[in-house]
Design a protein around this ligand. Structure first.
Ligand code: ZN
Length: 136
């Protein structure tokens, strides 16, 4: 018997992780963050100036609900510049979310999967902290 496919409703939200090099591309990351804040209702995470958790480079996180995906992701595709972006779903399997089931814009970076749990309670706290005024 074949195993059933996972329903798309398993995806509660998404993260985009925007990586930068503090010495060379932090300015681009600041620009991108501002542009996103002006155009999308998302939750912007704080700046991480060095690698943290499974991430191999400095970055900040954009958390967003599924309805934002069809505009934010194409917008990032054509506006990421020299920055590399990881986009992953949030389901109940953080390891799969970050490794096999993620998409990348730009170059694919290393993910330190050993720190990711195989399963976890998804944090549904996704209160947007931007007030967009512009169209994407
Ligand atoms: Zn994430």
């Amino acid at each position: 018997m074949s195993k059933p496919s996972r329903p798309v409703a398993d995806i509660r939200s998404y993260h985009a992780h925007v990586y930068f090099d503090p010495a060379t591309t932090r300015g681009q990351a600041e620009w991108l963050r501002e542009q996103v804040a002006e155009r999308f209702r998302v939750r912007l995470g704080r700046w991480h100036e060095r690698r943290i958790g499974p991430h191999d480079q400095a970055m900040f996180q954009i958390a967003f609900l599924t309805g934002v995906f069809p505009t934010l992701v194409p917008w990032l595709m054509i506006n990421h510049g020299d920055l590399n972006v990881l986009i992953h779903p949030n389901t109940d399997n953080a390891r799969k979310d970050h490794i096999g089931n993620a998409i990348w814009i730009g170059e694919r970076l290393r993910i330190h999967s050993e720190v990711l749990p195989e399963s976890e309670e998804v944090n549904l706290e996704m209160e947007p902290n931007t007030e967009p005024t512009l169209q994407p």
